[in-house]
Design a protein around this ligand. Structure first.
Ligand SMILES: Cc1cc2nc3c(=O)[nH]c(=O)nc-3n(C[C@H](O)[C@H](O)[C@H](O)COP(=O)(O)OP(=O)(O)OC[C@H]3O[C@@H](n4cnc5c(N)ncnc54)[C@H](O)[C@@H]3O)c2cc1C
Length: 294
């Protein structure tokens, strides 16, 4: 069995290659620019020329796909890799399974209806493309060659036109790698009050994320910081939700935390049914006291 991995971040390249190793005898990793050593039997890097969006690497990725002839393709769920993988799968008439949280014996488990349900799926075609949620193969160990080969960029027949480009400030933290995660929710009355959450994080060695409204209704956090079904799916040791109501769409992003806590002024908030420890209280009242004690 042969596995091909499409990944663009180093943590995903490691994790997906390690996961591929549990499924296949031969693992090839395709990534952009910088190779990742020691994770796959073959590591292929693609450098996209200036002026082309990364999605234009489609033909280059496809050439590697045709060369490898994989049985399964594991894909880091970034927008551009999903675009590339989806287009190759469509060309090949291959099954696509999205957002897998577990994968074994050809059966993938993923969430559907925003996390309301869990479904299992098996590909109906000989080749399967699977986009894989972070943490799915957290326990697998990667192994492989330190050598890497750079493949020549294959010009697409119909390239995308880059209309405008705006660099975003780099994300301050990598929440997927954090062992302790605090999520700030709509219970924070103003952006300035987030200083309390930042102090708390600093005291307990945690990184700060948020619920979706804090990136969409407010712009207090970058979009990369929100946790949940349409944001980040995490696998931390510790989760603390502060001023978070506990809606399913957020909680599916943290329900694999080993220990979870919540602070909410409403003692009937749904989050209290889903965490290990809860404190009913107002942020403005309890958080300064907790910070002072820590
Ligand atoms: C298709 C879809 C996808 C979605 N995906 C996501 C997702 O990926 N991630 C996500 O987060 N959301 C997502 N949502 C939104 C989600 O349904 C919820 O609306 C959102 O998570 C609620 O955020 P919240 O808990 O911060 O706010 P609220 O639900 O408004 O809860 C605020 C909580 O703060 C408490 N509170 C208020 N004031 C205080 C105070 N002073 N002290 C202490 N507690 C206080 C309140 O009691 C309340 O429980 C999605 C929704 C849809 C429809």
């Amino acid at each position: 069995m042969k596995a091909l991995v499409f990944a663009e971040s180093e943590p995903a390249a490691r994790e997906l290659s390690a996961g591929a190793r549990t499924l296949a005898d031969e693992v090839t990793l395709v990534t952009f620019d910088d190779p990742v050593a020691g994770v796959a039997d073959r590591v292929v890097t693609v450098t996209v020329p200036e002026g082309h969006p990364k999605e234009d690497a489609l033909e280059t990725f496809y050439q590697v796909y045709q060369d490898v002839q994989p049985d399964i393709v594991l894909v880091e769920p970034t927008r551009r890799l999903k675009t590339i993988a989806g287009r190759i799968a469509a060309r090949e008439g291959a099954s696509v399974i999205t957002d897998a949280m577990a994968l074994a014996d050809g059966v993938a488990t993923s969430m559907y209806f925003g996390g309301v349900g869990v479904r299992t799926a098996k590909a109906a075609t000989p080749v399967t493309f699977v986009t894989v949620a972070p943490g799915t193969f957290a326990d697998a160990e990667p192994s492989g060659t330190d050598a890497a080969e750079a493949v020549a960029f294959v010009e697409p027949a119909v390239p995308l036109t880059l209309v405008a480009r705006e660099d975003l400030p780099p994300a301050e933290v990598d929440l997927t790698a954090a062992e302790r995660v605090v999520a700030a929710g709509r219970g924070f009355a103003a952006e300035e009050q987030l200083g309390l959450a930042r102090d708390f994080c600093q005291k307990i060695g945690a990184e700060l994320g948020c619920t979706r409204p804090l990136t969409e209704s407010e712009t207090w956090f970058p979009r990369e910081a929100y946790i949940g079904v349409s944001g980040l799916i995490l696998n931390p040791e510790v989760y603390v939700g502060i001023g978070v109501s506990g809606q399913m769409q957020h909680m599916v992003g943290v329900d694999r935390a080993k220990v979870s806590f919540a602070i909410n002024k409403d003692k009937n908030a749904p989050i209290f049914q889903q965490v290990d420890y809860g404190l009913a209280g107002d942020i403005a009242d309890v958080l300064p006291k907790i910070n002072a004690e820590l």
